[in-house]
Design a protein around this ligand. Structure first.
Ligand code: GP9
Ligand code: MN
Length: 417
């Protein structure tokens, strides 16, 4: 009931930086288009990685130089994979401990970024070359406030331009451009890539721009090829955005949606990384890249520890949209007083100093990378349990329906003061 909502709000309010924390970039991208690019299965270890003497992500490596690049950024997803990342990013709530919130709680009341931005005059849309009902997106997107979903039916799909789940990334971006042209500005447009998806297939020889790795584990070996292909597609997308005159009025938020290489491939991964994969490394492998590119702004590597949960307040703050009394678990990644940490869906925690690995119940010192007394991680473990429980309460109890319209007004229109 509404008392439960108050309890959650009190918790969120009591946590460092959780609510209302603002970074120095507040309002710096006011009125700009927002382009989100979901990088399928893209883990951070590929950034600046060389294989056979060649960069795996040459375009992203260059882009990072002119962007805010967060090198301690984690996915917070669970079983809902891509759909969890979408949910977390738009709501600053966690996905569920089991299943996908996109399919189990699609009629809840939310206060998602697309809905908030629509009230600010934005056009919120999503682009993806798979059928619209995958992950229940057709239903959930309406709930979250997307105005339109450009899915499979709106693309020209042939046998030649598809692989695995659907349209390949290069034709995906190319065919999206005329649809982007028609969007009323400013827009909030999400592009969900797909080619770098397990089991990492490319049917066209020309698209294999790098030799596979040679661990003998086929999916790990091919991962670098589909990753290299994805990088090329992003490069082409940026070129097209420039050619079409969209680029300079737009901020770009590129992020990895979740891990691509599971624990089943630890043997091959230890070969790739040249070290044993202990729980410490396993957690570090949950890092995904976050690149925030604002044309005309200088690049900077950001060390702050964060996750997808932080993107909603980060984006809204860049746009100068104030959040009052928002039920959200993330903090503006640019805020100096934010708690330097993130919580993974399995209850693991990463801070600037420690890693708590929930599955194995182990505590590590980040600097020495050595296991330390579990007691040190106990407060982190407890905080994670509490926070995940509160988030789950919001979703299972559909608590946002108790947020009265007055409160909602305050959330949405706070920048008018
Ligand atoms: C499917 C694509 C992949 O449309 O988003 O989903 P995933 O399996 O990564 O959750
Ligand atoms: Mn995915």
């Amino acid at each position: 009931d509404s008392n439960e909502l108050t309890e959650v709000l009190n918790y969120v309010n009591s946590q460092q930086g959780k609510m209302g924390a603002k970074g120095e970039y507040f309002g710096k991208a006011k009125g700009k288009n927002v382009v989100l690019v979901s990088l399928e299965s893209t883990q951070n270890f590929v950034i600046n990685k060389k294989l056979h003497g060649k960069e795996v992500t040459p375009f992203l490596n260059d882009l990072i130089e002119d962007s805010f690049y967060f090198n301690n950024f984690y996915h917070n997803t669970g079983q809902g994979k891509t759909s969890d990342s979408e949910f977390i990013i738009d709501n600053s709530l966690y996905g569920l401990p089991r299943g996908a919130v996109f399919t189990t709680n699609e009629s809840n009341e939310y206060n998602a970024t697309p809905e908030i931005l629509k009230d600010e005059g934005y056009t919120p849309v999503s682009f993806h070359g798979n059928n619209d009902s995958f992950w229940n997106r057709d239903i959930m997107y309406k709930t979250l406030g997307y105005e339109h979903f450009y899915s499979q039916e709106e693309y020209n799909i042939t046998e030649e331009n598809t692989v695995n789940y659907g349209l390949k990334d290069i034709p995906f971006f190319k065919q999206s451009m005329p649809m982007v042209e028609k969007l009323e500005e400013p827009y909030y447009a999400k592009f969900i890539t797909m080619t770098n998806h397990y089991p990492y297939l490319l049917n066209d020889k020309d698209m294999k721009m790098i030799e596979p790795a040679n661990t003998g584990d086929g999916s790990v070996d091919r991962y670098f090829q589909t990753m290299r292909y994805q990088d090329e597609s992003i490069k082409k997308f940026f070129q097209l955005m420039k050619e079409q005159g969209e680029y300079k009025d737009t901020i770009f938020v590129l992020y990895g949606d979740h891990y691509g290489i599971s624990e089943n491939h630890n043997r091959a991964m230890s070969e790739i990384l040249n070290k044993e994969i202990r729980p410490f490394e396993h957690i570090q492998l949950q890092k995904v890249p976050l690149i925030i590119h604002i044309p005309g702004m200088e690049g900077k590597t950001m060390e702050t520890v964060g996750g997808q949960i932080d993107l909603k307040p980060t984006i809204l703050n860049l746009l100068g949209i104030e959040q009052n009394n928002a039920v959200q678990f993330g903090t503006d990644l640019f805020a100096e007083n934010r708690a330097n940490m993130t919580i993974l869906r399995d209850g693991s925690v990463v801070t600037d100093q420690y890693i708590y690995a929930a599955e194995s119940n182990k505590c590590y010192d980040k600097e020495t990378q050595e296991k330390i007394n579990l007691k040190t991680c106990k407060p982190l473990k407890e905080k994670a349990e509490k926070e995940l429980k509160y988030s789950d309460k919001v979703v299972y109890g559909d608590l946002l329906r108790y947020k009265d319209s007055e409160q909602k007004e305050g959330t949405n229109k706070g920048n008018q003061s």
